[in-house]
Design a protein around this ligand. Structure first.
Ligand code: SF4
Ligand code: SF4
Length: 492
């Protein structure tokens, strides 16, 4: 309730108002800060491994060098807006080939659909940037303020020199991580070592400061302050993923049939007539989403499996079989309740469909990449004037032949004319044998060449004659043809 509202009430109406408040359901639940306890077990180890691997790739990839032709950037992964290229190790994508990037995005989406159909929100639990950075921020918090109980105690305690020191250290480290994250982002769009020094000398482009600042702010806010609220309230994926899973999807599940009836258990007490859950809350206190997996499938659950680790640890201590919480399917829960043997079914209509779609798109991508042309030719005929009649009656048309050399090496191309009997071809600055010229084009470059085609005087020649420019690589059998036309005036 807003603070001011209470002040407006009269003394006599307070009791009635309090009764009304109690009866009215709250529209917004106040956030309870979650302080997850450190889980220990195989899934926690797997999550540490993926955390270091994904963060390592993100922070270090822009520093990896890759040898290319002289004049080209030697950064392995670079989105070069200025040069109009995307470099990814040996692959170089030109602006007119952005469909490869679209293809990669489609592949990533299909892989995510397949993984979700098989293992539920595995992306959310292990590799989503929000999960990874939040995990890192919680690790820093734990390092400075201690594990869950110490953090809860510290937060409840009054301000002291120790508390101030711990809070300042934590937020300083969080900010440093956020700044490193924002800084690493801009390295993907500029030569990393160059922009690194430019940044601190105040010489980097304005966009570099803008995006570094933006990512510093979002990392600190989303991973440090908002944490699980991003997944629960801001991310659309939990809503979408429900359409991708079915009763055979493996999800982190509390085995009700085995755990209930739950209750505390004393050493040497019989396990007869009761479940294995000793209601110790171990699975609840490690959950980064602050939920109780024993309440069943919930929108908030990111399938991180930390509750599996926590419960397995408890089961080992009390001498019961592990796996009370485990990756399991809704179907298996039904089968167990019916006394039947549970089974995992990986091959299902939807998994086959996603796998087939992934394979088909991959094959198309590989085929097009494998047969990718490294030569492109565009010819533009001059329109003003569209032809010139020379003193001897012959007619000349001018063209601009644009040769795109997508190879890293310099190549020599032969430009020749197809069609147009008796026509001759010359180019500005290049020697011609009458029907063809040779031109060098630098690796990974575009060269525009002014070309003149001349037709002998012919009073009965048509107004337009179809011709073609054939551009062939002298050192290989690669060639490209561009159709055009030759124009002249109508005979009087
Ligand atoms: S319930 Fe378990 S799997 Fe789900 S978010 Fe919490 S700890 Fe992770
Ligand atoms: S950790 Fe296991 S035993 Fe403890 S409350 Fe959770 S399900 Fe029950």
């Amino acid at each position: 309730m807003p603070d001011g509202e209470a002040g407006l009430r009269t003394q006599g109406s307070e009791t009635a108002a309090a009764a009304t408040d109690a009866a009215t359901p709250e529209l917004y639940k106040a956030r309870e800060q979650i302080q997850p306890k450190l889980a220990r077990g195989k899934f926690r180890v797997l999550k540490w491994g993926l955390l270091f691997a994904t963060l390592g790739v993100y922070y270090l990839l822009p520093w990896v060098r890759w040898p290319r032709a002289a004049g080209e950037p030697d950064q392995a992964v670079l989105v070069d807006f200025e040069g109009g290229r995307f470099y990814f190790f040996f692959i170089e994508i030109w602006p007119d080939e952005l469909y490869y990037v679209t293809g990669l995005l489609i592949l990533a989406a299909l892989a995510l659909f397949l993984a979700t159909a098989l293992f539920g929100r595995i992306w959310c639990g292990y590799t989503c940037p929000q999960t990874v950075w939040t995990d890192l921020y919680i690790a820093v918090e734990r390092l400075i303020e201690g594990d869950r109980n110490k953090r809860l105690k510290l937060n409840k305690s009054g301000w002291s020199a120790e508390k101030v020191a711990k809070k300042v250290s934590k937020h300083t480290l969080w900010l440093l991580i956020a700044a490193a994250t924002g800084g690493a982002w801009i390295f993907y769009f500029h030569d990393a070592p160059t922009v690194f020094f430019q940044f601190f000398r105040g010489e980097a482009p304005g966009s570099a400061y803008l995006f570094a600042g933006l990512l510093t702010f979002t990392t600190y806010t989303l991973a440090g302050m908002m944490r699980e609220q991003v997944c629960t309230y801001m991310c659309p994926w939990p809503r979408i993923q429900a359409a991708l899973t079915d009763e055979e999807t493996l999800q982190v599940t509390y085995k009700v049939d085995r755990g209930e009836p739950r209750g505390s258990h004393k050493k040497n007490e019989s396990w007869e007539g009761r479940g294995d859950c000793i209601d110790c809350q171990g699975c609840v206190v490690v959950c980064p989403m602050g939920i109780d997996i024993r309440d069943g499938a919930q929108l908030e659950c990111i399938n991180c499996a930390l509750c599996i680790d926590a419960c397995d640890e408890v089961m080992k201590k009390i001498g019961r079989p592990t796996g009370l919480i485990a990756y399991d399917t809704d179907k298996n829960a039904e089968l167990r309740q019916a006394g039947e043997k549970p089974k995992i079914k990986i091959i299902r209509a939807r998994t086959v469909f996603y796998a087939a779609a992934f394979s088909i798109v991959s094959a198309i991508m590989l085929l097009t990449l494998g047969s990718r042309a490294t030569l492109e030719v565009n010819v533009l005929r001059d329109r003003a004037p569209s032809f010139v009649t020379l003193s001897d009656g012959s007619v000349r048309n001018a063209y601009t032949v644009k040769i795109v050399n997508k190879d890293n090496a310099v190549r020599t191309f032969d430009i020749s004319l197809a069609g147009g009997e008796g026509f001759t071809l010359e180019a500005v600055g290049l020697s011609s044998d009458g029907r063809s010229v040779a031109a060098d084009v630098f690796g990974d470059d575009v060269r525009s060449i002014r070309v003149f085609v001349t037709a002998p005087a012919d009073p009965v020649a048509p107004v337009s004659t179809p011709i073609a420019f054939v551009v062939s690589d002298v050192g290989s059998d690669e060639s490209a043809t561009n159709d055009s036309s030759f124009l002249r005036g109508r005979a009087k």
